[in-house]
Design a protein around this ligand. Structure first.
Ligand code: AMP
Ligand code: MG
Length: 404
C-alpha cells in the first residue's frame, strides 16, 4: 500500500476523544481546547485610546492649529468624569477609556501644551487611535473553538475572557509493548545477543510530543501466549496500543497472528515505505493497534509518518494532523530503489533562502539509531523516483527540534 493511502486509511479509522476535563490555565499549554469559549463582554470592552495624547471631538480639530481646554486627565483604569463639550479635550493615556463626546485621539507628538490649554497642530483623521468597543470581538460569539491547540496567544485570550479553569480534551493513553527475546531492561548487564529495549523510550517520547500519555508495558518475549496476554492487557489500559518488533515474516513474528486470534480487524500489513515496510494497523472496535517494525529507525519513521497523524486526530485537534513536510534544497544526491517511498535522514537548516538539507553521514540502515540522532529531518524520495540531484528541491519531514 502506498504511504499516502495508508495515512488516509489510518486517519479514517480514528475517532477523536470526546471526554473533556478541566485544567488550570497555567497547565493548559499544548492541550487541545475541548469546548468553545466565549465572553459576555465585547473586546475591547469599551472605546479606549491606542496612544498617549488628547481625546477630542473630531469636528473641533478639523481646522488647525486650534486651542482646546483640557477638562480632565484619564489614565488607564479610570472612568472619565466629563462629557466633552465644544472646545474641550481630555488628556488620555494608552488604554484609557474614551470620554463621552470624544471620537478621536490626537497623539501627544502633534500637540503643544500650555497649562490648561492644549494646541492641536495637525488635523487628525476621524476616529484615529480609538480602539472601538467590540472591534476585535463581539460578546456572545466564539472566541476560540474546540479542537484548537493552546499556545501562548490562546492562553492570553483565555485569560482575558476569564476562562478558568480551561476545558480540554483528555489526553489519549497509548500503551507500548516491546517484543523480542533479545531485549533487556535498561539497567541490566548485557549478555551476548542481548540489547536494551530502546524503542520503548523513543516511542514514549514521541507519544508525549504528539500530545498523548505513554503507558509503557514492558518487554514481551517472542512466545504466542505471552504476546496474546500482553496485547489483551494493553487493550484494557489504553486507547491505542503500539508494539515494536514481531511484525515481519520471521518465524518468531507472532503479532499479526495473535491480533487475528483476538478478533482484531487488520487493515494494513505492510506499506511501501523505507525504512518501515512491515507495519500492521488493526482495530478492536474504537481502539487502534499499531504493530511497528522493531528496527529502531524503522519504528521511529513509522511513528512520524503514520502514528503521529493518528494521535493528533485522536487528541481532538481539528486541523494539522498530517506530518509537517517542508521544501528544502538538498546538498547531496538522494537515491532510492524506486519501489518504496524512501526516507533519508539528515539536518534541515533554515537560511535566508529557505531550508537546506544535508544527509547524515554513515549508513542509512534501518538499525542505525546512532546516526539518526542529531538529525531533524527525513528527506523523502517519492514512490517511483530513484534520484533527487544535489541542488534540487526535496520534501523533508521535519522532526524534532530546530525546524518549522
Ligand atoms: P523485528 O522487527 O522483531 O524482526 O526486529 C528487527 C530488529 O529490531 C532486530 O534487530 C531487533 O533486535 C531490533 N529491535 C526490536 N525491538 C527492539 C527494541 N524494542 N529496541 C531496540 N531494538 C529492537
Ligand atoms: Mg523481534
Amino acid at each position: 500500500m502506498p504511504a499516502n493511502d495508508a495515512e488516509t486509511l489510518i486517519l479514517d479509522l480514528v475517532t477523536p476523544v470526546e471526554q473533556v476535563e478541566m485544567v488550570d490555565l497555567g497547565t493548559s499549554l499544548d492541550r487541545v481546547l475541548g469546548q468553545s469559549v466565549s465572553s459576555q463582554l465585547d473586546f475591547p470592552h469599551w472605546d479606549n485610546s491606542a496612544m498617549d495624547g488628547y481625546a477630542v471631538r473630531y469636528e473641533d480639530a478639523v481646522t488647525v492649529p486650534v486651542s482646546l481646554r483640557v477638562v480632565e486627565e484619564i489614565p488607564a483604569g479610570q472612568v472619565p468624569q466629563h462629557t466633552l463639550g465644544p472646545g474641550e479635550t481630555a488628556r488620555i493615556f494608552t488604554g484609557g477609556m474614551l470620554p463621552a463626546g470624544a471620537d478621536t485621539v490626537v497623539m501627544q507628538e502633534n500637540t503643544q501644551r500650555q497649562g490648561e490649554q492644549v494646541t492641536v497642530l495637525t488635523t487628525p483623521t476621524q476616529g484615529a487611535f480609538v480602539r472601538k468597543q467590540g472591534s476585535f470581538y463581539q460578546a456572545g460569539g466564539d472566541l476560540l473553538t474546540p479542537g484548537t491547540k493552546i499556545g501562548a496567544a490562546e492562553i492570553a485570550v483565555l485569560a482575558a475572557a476569564q476562562c478558568v479553569p480551561v476545558p480540554v480534551y483528555r489526553r489519549p493513553r497509548v500503551a507500548i509493548l516491546s517484543t523480542g527475546d533479545e531485549l533487556v531492561e535498561i539497567q541490566q548487564t548485557l549478555a551476548p545477543g542481548q540489547i536494551v529495549d530502546s524503542n520503548r523510550y523513543a516511542l514514549a517520547a514521541l507519544i508525549v510530543q504528539a500530545g498523548a500519555v505513554p503507558v509503557p508495558l514492558g518487554i514481551v518475549p517472542d512466545q504466542k501466549d505471552a504476546t496474546r496476554q500482553a496485547i489483551a492487557t494493553a487493550l484494557t489500559q489504553a486507547d491505542v496500543v503500539i508494539s515494536s518488533g514481531g511484525v515481519s515474516v520471521g518465524d518468531y513474528d507472532y503479532v499479526d497472528q495473535i491480533l487475528a486470534e483476538l478478533g482484531a480487524t487488520i487493515h494494513i500489513r505492510s506499506v511501501a515505505v523505507k525504512p518501515g515496510k512491515p507495519l500492521t494497523v488493526a482495530t478492536f472496535g474504537d481502539q487502534l493497534y499499531f504493530g511497528l517494525p522493531g528496527n529502531p529507525v524503522s519504528s521511529l519513521v513509522s511513528f512520524w509518518r503514520f502514528v503521529q497523524p493518528a494521535l493528533r486526530k485522536l487528541s481532538g485537534l481539528s486541523t494539522g494532523w498530517s506530518p509537517p513536510f517542508v521544501w528544502a534544497k538538498t546538498d547531496e544526491d538522494l537515491t532510492a530503489g524506486g519501489k518504496r517511498e524512501t526516507y533519508l535522514w539528515g539536518r534541515l537548516v533554515l537560511g535566508d533562502s529557505g531550508y537546506r538539507f544535508s544527509l547524515a553521514t554513515g549508513g542509512h540502515s534501518s538499525g542505525n539509531l546512532v546516526n539518526l540522532s542529531r538529525t531533524n529531518g527525513l528527506a523523502k524520495v517519492p514512490l517511483g523516483a530513484t534520484k533527487i540531484t544535489a541542488g534540487s528541491d526535496v520534501r523533508v519531514l521535519a522532526v524534532g527540534a530546530g525546524t518549522a
